[in-house]
Design a protein around this ligand. Structure first.
Ligand code: AMP
Length: 434
């Protein structure tokens, strides 16, 4: 199915053509008509499947058909959890809106606020923001939402988790009720679904494929290895396979710095990206990696969301994440838009519980490979996949079933356990009934 079948206007079709997109991805096919029709959306789609164009294209189309933006106002607000994702979504919006006369602005923390306030003065059709900086700008009356038509929550699971929820509630409390709200996320837990119902009006639920799964184009396996052998194994693998561009995930900022220095010492050009670095340093690290100046980008989970590096061939989990969903996000950096990719995890014995949680989430047992010379001394316990847990029956129902069972055995009727009235008897003690 070509994009033209989706009722998109010519300026958008031209921009898509220029980007080299020929067919809409499954999520785009589903959400674009719904958004054009004015529906609220709650969409779960695997990361890297084209979610951004899924919401940006129809929103831009609707904005281009509406009235002009007034000073200090925004007509569409897109909230993202990280600065990198904000920057990236903004770049996509600019790309798709290239042939439309719509303005877009991106705001996030870690950089000066004044230039952002200046940009907002003339108003913007699309405002892409991280929650903290947006609240600062709102407190300084730098932006008004009285004309707001669209709210988009990208990576909504992260946006609505405990850390962000109070900020999101404060922001949404200041938005007009009469708006279209679009929630996009790679993972959707039941509690997030429940919370998000507060912000949505009769939403269309959209799912493509299974949620909490990894792209089928990504080949995944693990190397069981002792913890202290991880740096040596990583540099061996890089040298042996002649990998020239890889993203390596670690749990902590210190770990990221330590590993990038260690790799440098071993003659492998590496740089770290994490939340403790200034925005300038983060942008620089990403640019060096994208241009091929450095081979390895060592990242914490902050960078797992939002990094879109074309044809990222390989992701390494140097540490497993302790939140299983983060594994899905991390390895979503490869195999994007149908490309092939590999995701390799170095797993030490102390990470066995994290491994189990990840396998349970993605419902897949990860293949184990042993690298010659790196056989672990502390063996990693086997982690067979648990068979799906049967729902525990409700306690009361269980008690009732047990009672019925016992009654059945003892010959007592199961007639709702009501105590029967004793039958009237004649004096001889015999039943009156014949
Ligand atoms: P997203 O899931 O929005 O982060 O997009 C993942 C990647 O797929 C980005 O690099 C997009 O530029 C690209 N992309 C989005 N839609 C399409 C499409 N219909 N055809 C080809 N590539 C696409």
């Amino acid at each position: 199915m070509p994009f033209s079948k989706l009722d998109l206007i010519q300026p958008l079709l031209d921009a898509l053509h220029k980007s080299g997109y020929t067919t809409p991805s499954p999520i785009q096919q589903k959400v674009i008509p719904l958004i054009l029709n004015g529906r609220d959306i709650m969409a779960a789609a695997q990361t890297g499947t084209g979610k951004t164009a899924g919401f940006a294209l129809p929103v831009l189309q609707r904005l281009s058909e509406g009235k002009r933006v007034s000073a200090n106002s925004a007509r569409c607000l897109i909230l993202t959890p990280t600065r990198e994702l904000a920057e990236q979504v903004h770049q996509s919006v600019q790309k798709y809106a290239a042939n439309l006369s719509l303005k877009s602005v991106v705001v996030y923390g870690g950089v000066k606020i004044n230039p952002q306030m200046l940009k907002l003065r003339r108003g913007t059709d699309v405002l892409v923001a991280t929650p903290g900086r947006l609240l600062d700008l709102m407190e300084q009356n730098a932006v008004s939402f009285t004309d707001l038509e669209f709210l988009v929550l990208d990576e909504a699971d992260r946006m609505l988790d405990m850390g962000f929820l109070p900020s999101i509630k404060r922001i949404i409390g200041k938005l007009p009720k009469n708006r279209q709200t679009l929630l996009f996320s790679a993972t959707f837990s039941e509690s997030i679904k429940a919370i998000s119902q507060q912000f949505l009006t009769n939403p269309a639920l959209v799912e493509t494929g299974q949620t909490n799964t990894t792209a089928t184009t990504v080949k995944q396996w693990i190397y069981p290895v002792d913890k202290k052998q991880k740096p040596a194994l990583l540099s061996y693998l890089i040298g042996h396979h002649r990998w020239d561009q890889l993203l390596v995930f670690v749990r902590t900022r210190r770990g990221a710095n330590r590993l990038s220095v260690d790799l440098d010492k071993r003659g492998i050009k590496a740089t770290a990206i994490h939340g403790g670095k200034s925005q300038g340093a983060r942008n620089r690290a990403l640019a060096e990696f994208k241009s091929g100046e450095v081979t390895v980008l060592v990242a914490t989970d902050v960078a797992a969301r939002g990094l879109d590096i074309e044809q990222m061939p390989l992701v390494i989990n140097y540490d497993l994440p302790n939140v299983a969903e983060d594994y899905v996000h991390r390895i979503g950096r490869t195999g994007r838009a149908g490309e092939k990719g590999s995701a390799i995890s170095l797993v030490s014995a102390d990470e066995v519980d994290d491994l189990r949680a990840i396998q349970d989430l993605i419902r897949q047992q990860l293949e184990r490979r042993i690298a010659d010379g790196f056989e672990p001394q502390h063996s990693l316990p086997e982690t067979p996949l648990k068979s799906p847990r049967k729902k525990k029956p409700h306690k009361k129902k269980l008690a009732k079933a047990q009672l019925n069972q016992a009654n059945k055995k003892s010959g007592v009727s199961q007639n709702k356990n009501k105590r029967r009235k004793p039958k009237p008897t004649n004096k001889a003690g015999k039943s009156n009934r014949t």
